[in-house]
Structures are given as structure tokens and as C-alpha cells.
Design a protein around this ligand. Structure first.
Ligand code: NDP
Length: 247
């Protein structure tokens, strides 16, 4: 039997890209999905599609920058399904620009969604995993969480932070014997709506060129499923998944 069957899995940023692809992949393997993001029309459409294909999914409109909304998402999931097995901390934005353009508002937004959003989800959801002494947190970092490049400074900073949070969480949960697994997933270029969050024209042109080699989001979804379906005494802690031809 698949180790995904009947697992209750919350995915943030499920309304497009990697989150949407992960929801479809995990639903096809028998998971009970809770889809979270801000765009209700997209969440409802995905929920209906999964249900029409015989899968199980519900959704809750959630802004990850609100701790209250994250707590409501956790409470809603526990009420509906009685437990949370996996959190896929996937919501993210990438408004890249050179530092000398002083896009402070975009820095704030990236920090709020990419770092604080990940931490708020951990704050709201992991306590119930600790109580059950069972769980799995999958955080979406990036190759930008391993390498820095001009124009990517703040985005890279947020993704380095995600990597640090993943490793710190892993060590603390291991130390405390909570049996919570932590996986840090670092994709390279993946086709999604992420590039649309970059407003700077020079940066956008460079990214459009770079993303010509992008792979489909279902490739990352499969890697996420692989991490989940390992036996519970195995933690896949780091995954870097690039297009083969990405330099
Ligand atoms: P998309 O833009 O397609 O998806 C991003 C998702 O995040 C959307 O569902 C969006 O939903 C959600 N989101 C954004 N802001 C919020 C918020 N405040 N609250 C809740 N949800 C939010 O991009 P990807 O699928 O590519 O990105 C998913 C993750 O993967 C991100 O963390 C990204 O940094 C990471 N990644 C992506 C790579 C790529 O090349 N695509 C490479 C490396 C990492 P909504 O707008 O409805 O709220």
C-alpha cells in the first residue's frame, strides 16, 4: 500500500504551479487534500477536478501572511479530517529586481510570504503533529536558496531562510523525538505563474530567457510524492530538482 493513501495533506499555494501539480499527484495516490491559497475560484476548480477524478479534496481560502488565517486553516483541517499528516509549505512569490532600485515594498512582500508565511504555517500546524508524534513538513526553497545572483538578492535571501528553517526544524524535532520528518525541496526553473510576480522589466526579460529550459510542475510534484511515500523512519531532507540542461 502506498504510504500516501489516506494521509491528510495541507498544501499552501495550491491554486497554481507546483502546489496545484502536487495536489493532483497526491490526490491520485489517495491522499486527503486541503487546498489553501487566496484565489477561491482557482481552489474550487481544482477541488472539483480532483473530486470528479475520484480523489478527496477540500479547500480553504487562506493568506499565509496572516497567522490567524493559518490557525483557522489548521482548525478547519482537524475538524474535517481529525489529523494533519503533511504540510506542504509551498506558497511563494518572486518579484526580483536589483537592490539599487529600492523596491522596498516588494522586499517586504517577499519576506512576508516566503519567510513569515512558512513560519506561520509551522506555528499553526506543527503543534498537532508534535501531539501525535507523527508528521512531515515539506518546505519549498529553491536553487536560489543555494546560489546568489545579481537581481535575486532578496528572493535568494528568503529561500536561504527557508533552507535554514527546514534544517533547524529537522534538528529540533529529531532532538525531541517527535517523529516529524522535514524535507527541503529546491527546484530549478519550473513552468508556473511565478515569473508574473517579477515587475522589473530588465529582470523579467532575463528570467523569460532563462526559463526557456523550464520543466513542468508535475516533475516537482513527483519528487514531493517520493519524499512522502518513504517509510516513516526515513527522512528525505534535501532535494534539488533542476531541468537537466539548466546550467
Ligand atoms: P506560482 O506563482 O504558480 O504559485 C504560487 C502560489 O503561491 C499560488 O498558488 C499563489 O496563490 C500562492 N500565494 C502567493 N501569495 C500567497 C499568500 N499571501 N497566501 C497564500 N498563498 C499565496 O509559483 P510556483 O508554483 O512556481 O511556486 C511555488 C513555490 O515554489 C514558491 O515558493 C516558489 O518560490 C518555489 N519555486 C518555484 C520555482 C519555479 O521555477 N517556478 C523554482 C524554485 C522554487 P494565490 O495567488 O491564489 O494566493
Amino acid at each position: 500500500m502506498s504510504h500516501i493513501q489516506d494521509k491528510v495533506i495541507i498544501i499552501t499555494g495550491a491554486s497554481s504551479g507546483i502546489g496545484e501539480a502536487a495536489a493532483k499527484e497526491l490526490a491520485s495516490k489517495g491522499a486527503k487534500l486541503v487546498l489553501a491559497a487566496r484565489r477561491e475560484d482557482r481552489l474550487k476548480k481544482l477541488q472539483d477536478e480532483i473530486q470528479n477524478n475520484g480523489g478527496q479534496a477540500i479547500y480553504k481560502v487562506t493568506d499565509v501572511t496572516s497567522l490567524t488565517q493559518m490557525e483557522e486553516l489548521a482548525a478547519h483541517t482537524l475538524k474535517k479530517f481529525g489529523k494533519i499528516d503533511v504540510l506542504v509549505n509551498n506558497a511563494g512569490i518572486m518579484p526580483q529586481a536589483f537592490l539599487n532600485e529600492n523596491k522596498v515594498d516588494e522586499w517586504d512582500k517577499m519576506i512576508d510570504v516566503n519567510i513569515k508565511g512558512v513560519l506561520y504555517a509551522i506555528a499553526a500546524i506543527v503543534p498537532s503533529m508534535r501531539e501525535r508524534k507523527s508528521g512531515h513538513v515539506i518546505n519549498l526553497s529553491s536553487v536560489a536558496g543555494h546560489n546568489i545572483y545579481p537581481g535575486g538578492t532578496v528572493y535568494c535571501g528568503t529561500k536561504f531562510a527557508v533552507k535554514a528553517i527546514s534544517e533547524g526544524l529537522r534538528q529540533e524535532e529529531a532532538m525531541n523525538g517527535t517523529n516529524i520528518r522535514v524535507t527541503n525541496v529546491s527546484p530549478g526553473a519550473v513552468s508556473s505563474e511565478l515569473l508574473e510576480t517579477t515587475t522589473d522589466p530588465t529582470m523579467k526579460a532575463g528570467l523569460d530567457e532563462f526559463y526557456q529550459v523550464a520543466i513542468d510542475a508535475d516533475r516537482i510534484a513527483r519528487a514531493i510524492a517520493f519524499a512522502i511515500e518513504q517509510p516513516s523512519d526515513v527522512g528525505i531532507n534535501e532535494m534539488i530538482i533542476r531541468p537537466t540542461v539548466q546550467v
